[in-house]
Design a protein around this ligand. Structure first.
Ligand code: FES
Length: 157
């Protein structure tokens, strides 16, 4: 059985959905306070049977290989999920075939999760009303105040 590192390497060899999405409906950007890495996720929605579903997701990462591997897995698994389903996905769900992240790498997965939640919040404010506490927000808790968070949003050219 492959180790986590081997599986992450495999994912990085051929990352899925990497890069800016021109026609995205929503975007979320977060930074990991621990390591200074950044992740941006784009989401495009579609309507199916009157329900809003994720058509596709893509990402750009200035981060470690684990974050990249998780984002690659996550953006594949998000296809066809409803906003509610996507919001409920924890780090382990988003990591997919990579399996459980080593303790030292959990914050890397959390960065992906936070970028996704930011993107979902932007795309569907009604699904995440103002003041909804974010879970697993170790990244955001360090940059908790809204003005600080806004300043941390970086536009990638
Ligand atoms: Fe920074 Fe992994 S070490 S996201």
């Amino acid at each position: 059985m492959k180790s986590f590192e081997e599986k992450a390497q495999d994912a990085i060899q051929n990352p899925q959905n990497m890069g800016e999405m021109e026609d995205a409906d929503s975007v979320g950007t977060v930074g990991a306070a621990d390591c200074g890495d950044m992740m941006r996720m784009w989401v495009k929605f579609k309507e199916k049977d009157g329900k809003k579903l994720i058509d596709k997701a893509s990402f750009q990462a200035f981060g470690c290989q684990t974050a990249l591997a998780v984002a690659s897995m996550a953006t594949e698994m998000l296809k066809g999920k409803s906003i509610e389903e996507a919001q409920e996905m924890g780090v382990e769900d988003l990591s997919g075939d990579l399996g459980k992240l080593p303790p030292m790498k959990i914050h890397c997965g959390e960065m992906v999760q936070d970028a996704l939640r930011e993107a979902l919040a932007g795309g569907a404010p009604e699904a995440q009303p103002e003041g909804t506490p974010k879970e697993s927000n170790t990244l955001l808790s360090d940059m908790n105040s809204e003005p600080t968070r806004k300043k941390l949003k970086i536009v990638f050219e």
